[in-house]
Structures are given as C-alpha cells and as structure tokens.
Design a binder for this molecule. Structure first.
Ligand SMILES: [Zn+2]
Length: 423
C-alpha cells in the first residue's frame, strides 16, 4: 500500500460531490425529487453517465446479461477481485444519495487508484447493480440476486413490470443487455458504501457506521372474518367483530415489539374493515404486518406468536387466514472484514460505530457470494427515499476516503476468504 496520506483527504471530493449532484439531476421533477425507476429511459441516462465517468477514469467497462455495469482495473492476479458498488435506480420522488453515493464514490476510488498508479495485487471492480429498489420490477436487489444465484438469470429476464414491460426487453431497449456472464467477475470480497437512511449516526455525531448485519423481514397479510351486524342492536357479548379482533391482535403484536423486542420492530401498515360503515359491526378485517429483526430465531418467535394470536381468535368463533407475502432471513456480514473497517477508520482518525442495517441492500445478496460488509455515513435526521435526503459533503468525502483505504488494503492481499479473515 503506497497511500500514506493520513489526512483523510485522499479522494477528489469536488469531483465526487459534482458527480453526485449531476447524477441527481437525471429524472428530476419540479417537486425537487427525482424518479429513475429501473430500466426506464431515465435509468438509461444515468447508466450512460456512469459508463462515461468509468471510461474517463480509465477503467474497463463491462455490462453483464442482467444489466449490471462494472468498471474494472486490473491487478497482478485475476482471481478473487475486490468489488465495491451499489445501485443508481431510485424510488419515485427520491433523494440524490441513496445507492448513487456508493457507485459515484466507487468510481472516485477507481479513478484515484488509476491516477496514482497504485500497484494492485488484486483486480478492483466497481459495480452498479440493476433494479435494487424493486419498485418497477419485483423482487428487489435483482442484479445482485442473479449474481448470488438466488434468482435464475432466465427467470430474472422474464420478470414483468406492472406496466407490462419485461426485464429482458427493457434491457435490450435501453442498450444494457450485456454479454458478460454475471458470474465471470465474481468477487473475493465485497464492500458497499451507503448512506445510513436512519437517524443513529447523525444523532450520535459519529461519521462512520460499520454494518455488522442486515435485518431480516417477514411480511404477512392477515384476514379475520366474523359477522357484520347492526351496531345498535347487537349486544357486545353476541358479536363476532372482525375489526375489534384485528385491532386487539395488532396492539398485542406492537406491545411485544416495544416491551420485549420480539421482534426489533413490528408495523401494521395497512388495515381495511368491511363493510367500513359507521353503524355496522365489521364482518371482515384485512391487515398487513411487517416484522424485522437481525436474529432469525426472534423473527421466528414473532411469527409463532402471530400464529398463536390467530388460533386464539379462532377459539372466539372468528375465521382467520394468514399469508406470508415476503421473507428475507437476516444476514450477518464477515467478522474479519468488519474488524478491518473499524481498524482503518481508527487509522484515519474517524470514530466508528458498529450497527445494523434496517433497510435491504445489494450487500446482503453478495454476502452469499463472498466475505462482505458495509460502511454507513450519516443521513441528516435519518431522512431517506425523500428529496430531503441529505448527507454533509464532509461526511460523504470521509466515507469515500475510508472506502479507498479499504480497497487499497484488500487489493494488496492475494488471498480469498482466508486472506481477509486473517487481517
Ligand atoms: Zn440503496
């Protein structure tokens, strides 16, 4: 490693900030937000910009069959490259940072390595993954999911959007149906830099989060059926009130999460009563539950408690059904890599805190491929997926500096899993 600059100001912060701003202009709306759903013309424009910057940086550019974009710089060996990156698709009316920060900082790292003529033992690759947000095409994390073989390539290409478009056809249309095999450049280690999207680092005034795990989630749709009846004439003890049953179960779930943290967080985000009339006892209630936790066992406990709650309601003469809409097991990141990130933060004089990610990220898929970890930087007031998303320029530059140091350390090591765990 030839970088000895300890000032923590080693990347070109002006270029980093200017590019982030430029990318944030693509798909911009009068409201101040930007919308670049995956594989739309706006996404194409942003992709073209990323490719242009990679070429400007002197990186080789590849696009794989699921549309993931890679910029790479060669090392002495081809095996087990060091991969960094994130995504540039957005939710509707998004902020300018989210995944864009990880991609633009990745390009900045690559450009810095090339300009400084760093001698690298291992290849370094920056990736921009396809359809991370999952707004237009479900499931989310699609590009990294294909790499991790969680979804087969052909199945991914055949996914259709709500607007009827197919992933494969849209990739052709925007010119990003690449020829590289998604598994040709599989990394030996992956690090994703991202804004926290939560309030913890900002509130604590800590510049760096070392992410140890991503919360898993378990989403349910619950239906309770009783009997609709006259609200004036039906005595309380003669009712089979589906609304009251749904509310009491929802309250019980919420109380367990706040009092016993089973699970970490629980949300009843929707509830519909039928017939939804002021003077009729509800005959039917449908609601959703979002359980999240970083411990799979706790997530299972919460699911068991939901089942018990539903059985209790059945004992009271109500019919119930429940359907799991989506489930991701929690993911733990590589302990050796987390320790390395912490040590390098200390070398740069940046206080760091270990934490969990509440949101999903491509890194959770990459954790199934190779040792993986994430770096978080503070999000102002924890606001994200919103035009008011903001991270201070200093904080953005510090995160990118840490990413550069991390890549330099990892790329100077020829080992795979053992090499990294041994750091
Ligand atoms: Zn993101």
């Amino acid at each position: 490693m030839t970088t000895t600059d300890r000032s923590g100001r080693v990347i070109d912060r002006h270029r980093l900030l200017a590019r982030l701003q430029e990318l944030g202009e693509i798909g911009k709306e009068p409201s101040g937000g930007r919308t670049r759903l995956a594989l739309t013309s706006e996404d194409k424009e942003a992709r073209d910009r990323v490719v242009m910057w990679l070429e400007e940086a002197g990186a080789q550019v590849r696009v794989d069959r699921i549309g993931n974009i890679y910029g790479l710089v060669d090392g002495e060996v081809r095996d087990a490259p060091v991969m960094i990156g994130s995504h540039i698709d957005t939710v509707p009316c998004a902020g300018a940072y989210d995944g864009c920060y990880g991609v633009v900082a990745g390009i900045e790292v690559l450009q810095t390595l090339i300009q400084r003529r760093e001698r690298l033992r291992r290849r370094v690759i920056v990736a921009a993954f396809t359809n991370e947000e999952g707004v237009r095409f479900a499931p989310d994390l699609l590009g990294s999911r294909v790499l991790a073989k969680d979804t087969a390539l052909n199945d991914a290409l055949a996914i259709s959007a709500r607007d009827g478009a197919l992933v494969g056809e849209e990739l052709q249309r925007i010119g990003y149906a690449g020829e590289t095999s998604p598994w040709e450049l599989l990394p030996g280690v992956f690090v994703e830099l991202h804004i926290e999207q939560g309030p913890l680092l900002d509130a604590a005034g800590i510049p760096i989060g070392v992410v140890e795990a991503v919360q898993g989630h378990s989403w349910w749709r619950v239906t309770i059926e009783g009997a609709a009846n006259h609200a004036g004439t039906t005595p309380m003890d003669a009712r089979r009130d589906a609304g009251a049953a749904a509310m009491s179960l929802a309250t019980k779930i919420m109380r367990r999460a706040s009092d016993a943290h089973v699970p970490n967080v629980a949300t009843v985000g929707t509830m519909t009563l039928e017939p939804n009339v002021i003077n009729i006892v509800p005959g039917r209630a449908t609601f959703t539950i979002d359980f999240r936790d970083h411990r799979n066992e706790t997530l299972r406990n919460a699911e068991r408690q939901l089942e018990e709650g539903l059985r209790e309601l059945q004992g009271m003469g109500l019919r119930t059904s429940s359907e799991c809409v989506s489930r991701h097991a929690p993911v733990r990141f590589d302990a050796g890599l987390c320790a390395l990130l912490e040590a390098l933060s200390a070398e740069l004089g940046l206080p760091a805190r270990r934490m969990l990610s509440g949101a999903s990220h491509d890194a959770q898929m990459m954790a199934g491929v190779c040792p993986t970890a994430m770096i978080f930087v503070p999000s102002h007031l924890g606001i994200s997926h919103n035009p008011r998303e903001h991270t201070e320029p200093d904080a953005l530059a510090r995160g990118a500096d840490l990413l550069l140091y991390t890549v330099l350390r990892l790329a100077s090591d020829a080992g795979g899993r053992d090499g990294i765990a041994g750091i």
